[in-house]
Design a protein around this ligand. Structure first.
Ligand SMILES: [Zn+2]
Length: 145
């Protein structure tokens, strides 16, 4: 196998994708965007990472409701790492990614709300209001979405 950057110990893009995927909460989804590979982790999504040709971006994930039937994912960059600053060893790269991902997850999960009715710990977009989650609102209040 020809590994042109072997002498510089650079990580291949496959290794980078594998490390990011294995650092994310399951399930992991990959979305191919124009010039970006977006990798999301968790259900509900807890964090997303964008992989560009020369940088990676860790996003704070949230959802904005456009009306009541149209949830729009919102990805706010919280960390940008330039390719030139990528650690060259797998373990150092994993450490960096794990830190950034856990920071983003912490911010996301801090917005989650415990439904006073059923006790489920849900992201804000799953709440009907501060008092009740959508699932409870549907079954108990007859709310239709
Ligand atoms: Zn509930």
């Amino acid at each position: 196998m020809n590994k042109p950057y072997c002498e510089y110990m650079k990580l291949s893009s496959e290794e980078i994708v594998e490390i990011i995927k294995s650092s994310l909460p399951r399930p992991v989804q990959i979305i191919e965007l124009d010039g970006e590979m977006r990798i999301l982790g968790g259900e509900p999504v807890q964090v997303s990472v964008g992989l560009f040709s020369k940088k990676l971006v860790v996003y704070l994930f949230s959802v904005h409701w456009e009306g009541s039937a149209n949830p729009l994912p919102v990805n706010t960059p919280i960390a940008i790492v330039d390719q030139d600053d990528y650690p060259t060893s797998q373990s150092a790269f994993r450490d960096l990614i794990t830190d950034l991902i856990s920071e983003s997850i912490k911010m996301r999960v801090s917005t989650f709300i415990t439904c006073p009715n059923c006790g489920n710990f849900s992201p804000p977009e799953w709440m009907h209001n501060q008092e009740i989650c959508q699932a409870c609102a549907q079954t108990q209040l007859g709310v239709e979405y």
